[in-house]
Design a protein around this ligand. Structure first.
Ligand code: WQD
Length: 341
């Protein structure tokens, strides 16, 4: 039997896909989630795909007593993958304390308890947002960290520093910081996917809702950027590819002795796609039209950013493999399933 892994935020979008990949790889999983941005029914989806229902604790990681009880009730947890965090950039500007409290207290509590309960490592969800507007693309892990433009982004920068300082102080743990680019798509089974509450802020859920007729049309935020077609460029990465990188990362921490105590990896495809190209690929892959119009730029948007994923490719032996058309088909299948419910 493989090791036991705690997945915080494990019923969320990226968390649930990672739980599936962990279970497929033979790991035992314990989830903690406060269900603030997810639904307990996600456990049914995970079970439908893997045949295994993970242990689930409904609770809030900002409460250290809740976490302590979890570790006591589930002995032998070897690693943590920490997804429990608030993630909406706009909301973080309105409610900064909520973001600092949730994202930082959760991390501090987990780090605090790790040595006591013999937990060897933590994989942390960081973000390409730490790079701000890059001076050049593709961007690798040595690029400078730019001042954060939102409290959300700041929590990611501060969290990276907290982990580094803690390990520098001699804490007997290891960590891998994964800087995600833009995760999209859904599991090919359409059993799990992204469940945005209210009006989606991110491109792909908005796009699929517009295609499904739930939204009148998608607004493309600006077509006067300094890019070939004028719309912004991102590195869109399939959520299943992303999930698989977490399994490799936790395995590396737990099974390999000779690695640095803190390692950082970009998780992206290495390919930049514009908003208009993404709409095209959705229409090509699904045969479904996306009603859309060109609108104003969105305040704070980065013009273009895409990853240099060479370090993850070479050191982790991980590559983003799902073709964009497949990702789009999966996003659409998930949207259709959610719409029918
Ligand atoms: C993508 C592109 C928009 C909606 C997010 C997170 C950020 C980080 C990376 C985690 C942009 C355009 C969007 C719409 C549009 N993730 N767009 N119409 O801005 O790259 O950031 O992922 O840390 O924190 O917020 O992602 O999906 O919001 O936008 O034209 O209705 O789509 O302008 O170019 P973004 P996004």
């Amino acid at each position: 039997m493989k090791d036991k892994i705690l997945v915080t935020g494990g019923t969320g979008y990226i968390g649930s896909h990672t739980v599936v990949e962990l279970q497929n790889a033979g790991y035992d999983v314990v989830i903690i989630d406060n269900l603030s941005n997810s639904n307990v029914k996600v456990l049914d989806g995970i079970e439908a795909i893997t045949g295994i229902r993970p242990v689930f604790v409904e609770g809030d990681c900002t409460n250290i007593d809740v976490l302590r009880k979890l570790f006591e009730a589930n002995p032998g947890i070897k690693g943590i993958i920490n997804f429990a965090a608030s993630k909406a950039v706009g909301e973080s500007v309105q409610k900064p304390l909520l973001y600092y409290r949730n994202n930082l207290n959760t991390l501090i509590n987990l780090l605090d308890l790790m040595p006591e309960f013999g937990v060897k490592g933590i994989v942390f969800s960081s973000s390409c947002t730490v790079y701000g507007e890059p001076d050049m693309n593709p961007i690798d892990e040595t690029a400078p960290i730019k001042p954060a433009t939102s409290p959300y982004g700041n929590t990611k920068q501060i969290s990276e520093e907290i982990i580094e300082d803690y390990i520098k102080s001699g804490a007997p743990i290891k960590s891998i910081l994964l800087r995600y680019f833009n995760p999209i798509g859904a599991h090919p089974s359409a059993e799990i996917g992204e469940l945005p509450l209210g009006v989606p802020q991110n491109l792909v859920p908005y796009l699929t809702q517009a295609a499904a007729g739930i939204r009148k049309e998608l607004t493309v935020f600006g077509n006067d950027y300094n890019t070939p077609d004028g719309s912004c460029i991102r590195d869109y990465i399939d959520v299943v590819d992303l999930a698989k990188a977490h399994v490799i990362a936790i395995k590396r921490i737990l099974d390999k002795e000779d690695t640095d105590a803190v390692e950082i990896f970009n998780l992206g495809t290495g390919r930049g796609l514009s908003v208009l190209e993404l709409i095209d690929s959705f229409e090509r892959a699904t045969g479904v039209k996306v009603p859309h119009k060109i609108g104003e730029r969105r305040a704070g948007d980065i013009e273009k950013i895409w990853a240099d994923p060479k370090k993850a490719n070479e050191v982790l032996g991980w590559t983003a493999g799902v073709p964009i058309d497949e990702t789009m088909k999966n996003a659409w299948a998930w949207q259709c399933k959610v719409t029918q419910k």
